[in-house]
Design a protein around this ligand. Sequence first.
Ligand SMILES: CC(C)(COP(=O)(O)OP(=O)(O)OC[C@H]1O[C@@H](n2cnc3c(N)ncnc32)[C@H](O)[C@@H]1OP(=O)(O)O)[C@@H](O)C(=O)NCCC(=O)NCCS
Length: 201
Amino acid sequence: MDGQRTYRIKQYPVELGALEIQYIEEFFGEFARKKTAAEIEKRLLERAHVIQMAEARLPDDSSQLVPVSYKVGHEIFANETEPKLRDLVERLEGSVDFGGRRILYSWIGGTRSDWRGQGHFRALTEQQEAWALEHGFKEIVVKTKNKFYGMRGTLTHLNFDVVKYERNPVDNRESKVYLSKRIAPEVLSSHQSERNLVQAV
Ligand SMILES: CC(C)(COP(=O)(O)OP(=O)(O)OC[C@H]1O[C@@H](n2cnc3c(N)ncnc32)[C@H](O)[C@@H]1OP(=O)(O)O)[C@@H](O)C(=O)NCCC(=O)NCCS
């Protein structure tokens, strides 16, 4: 490889972003239940959020840029009322300190299989961290499962720490793993990717 690659990251407003996510999730066989655009919009409209996608050229038509990796984060609060988020926050109690600190939940994300292992998810994660720092967030929280070995390995490479492990009594592969990363200015100096951020219109 000659020189460092520059990743192209597009940031979306909620309506357009929700449609793009619904579309990209069609390519993910591993998700049992894909999110609909309506569900994404409903959750994100009520809170600070960030929708970003990495774009790359199609191998057989380099004139076409397509979204190949995506990442969506939104703020969570100690006093959530929406049932799913209230449940999440209750489970995080004692593991994440909400006291006067903005917490970003890295809700969904992934890379299309043909583009994995090329650094797109690292670039997106670093861009999300830069956004979080700029908006005063102190910590990014993410949830996965024991059985998602690729995601667990990736989060380790990206320096996320396990803050909680919730054992599934029937099947340990289904156990939930909560990880987080503290966001401070020093985090930027650990970033490795070169990125070009564009706004979707
Ligand atoms: C996990 C996933 C997002 C990684 O995306 P990606 O674009 O291939 O990741 P990158 O190429 O940016 O890699 C980022 C880092 O993670 C590491 N990594 C990537 N895939 C890995 C794997 N399967 N196992 C261990 N480490 C891995 C890379 O080596 C890299 O580390 P480095 O930058 O220090 O070298 C992608 O494989 C995916 O979408 N998987 C399915 C999603 C999933 O399982 N979701 C479950 C719900 S949480």
